[in-house]
Structure formats: structure tokens, C-alpha cells
Design a protein around this ligand. Sequence first.
Ligand code: ADP
Ligand code: MN
Length: 183
Amino acid sequence: VQFSNLMRKLPNIIITGTPGTGKSAHSERLVELMPKMTYVSINRYIKDYSLEDGFDEERQSTMVDEDKLIDLITPDLEEGGRIIDWHVCDIFPESLIDLVVVLRTSTTRLFDRLKDRNYPQKKFIDNMDSEIMEIILNDARESYDPDIVIELYSNDNDDLESNSQRIEGWAKQWIIDNDEGKE
Ligand code: ADP
Ligand code: MN
């Protein structure tokens, strides 16, 4: 674990949260602030590598071959410097993840954002429930050291900017600490 940590020059950061909380908006801002980091939208990745594994009618969502996804993405994570954007956070190898950001959005704002997406009603309700019940926050805390899990509010543009700057500051500190660890 320690060895693989030291091999990475840049941290791996997961940006997670219920659909609509702002994962993609944050990830895009983060790569602007940190051009050496690479943005990996897992939704995009699933399409690019044909990782779809059927359709879940109940959840109205595409199922994913998660084993294949992990096999494919592990070398990228070993290299470091990845910003991972996905609502599922708990399948990545713990030793390769340095920070897990869980974005949270107020019920009223999330309602408006999800309405704009025209999801089927069941999917809309499931996502609202998931946010209210803090499902992804709990998944993150159960799967990673709670010390690397941070919960950030993503309600307005000021939040988006201050969160992004805070994450950038955290990444810079990780780089400094990691460098010292090598000496
Ligand atoms: P996700 O990737 O988590 O599904 P998006 O980043 O696509 O969410 O955001 C959903 C919508 O909400 C987009 O229109 C985005 O611009 C908007 N949005 C997200 N976060 C914020 C925020 N903090 N302030 C204002 N608008 C936001
Ligand atoms: Mn997105």
C-alpha cells in the first residue's frame, strides 16, 4: 500500500454524489485549476469501452461490468492524477484512492436539477430519496478511511468555486507531503 502510494506523483480524487449534485461541473472546474490532472468521466468511459452489461428495468439504468471497469482503470489509477466522476464510489481499490469528495445538494435545488433531466418518475424519486437518505455519503464512509472522505455542499456557483479551490489546495498539500515521504 505504502509503496503504491509513493509511486504516484499526483493524487487520485473521486468526485461522487447523487446524480445532479454537480460531479461533472466540479470535475470540469478542477481540471481547469489543475491541468496536470486527468478528468475521467466514468459514464463516458463505460461508453468508450463498451462496459454496458444489460439494462436494469427496475432502476431504469444501464448495468455495468464493474470487474472489467476496475481491470481497465487500475493502471490509470496506479499512474495517479485522476479525477474520477461517478455516482458509484465504492468499487475502486482503496489503496489507490487519496480523496473522496461527496457532493451534497439541498432537496429543492436537486429537485429542479433532476426535473430538467426528464428522468422517468421512478428514477427521479429514487435519486431524490438517495440524496435525502445520504446513501452515497454512507457508501463512501463504509468503503474508505473516513479521514479521506469529505462532504461538500454544491448548491450554488459560489459553492462550486470554493469547493474546487479547496480540493485544489488539498491536492497541492498531498503533492508536498508525498514528496517529503520519498526522501
Ligand atoms: P452530476 O454530474 O453530479 O450529475 P452536473 O455537474 O451535471 O451533476 O450538474 C447538474 C446540473 O446542475 C448542471 O446543469 C450544473 O450546471 C448544475 N450545477 C451543479 N452544481 C452546481 C452548483 N454548485 N451551482 C450551480 N449549478 C450547479
Ligand atoms: Mn455528470
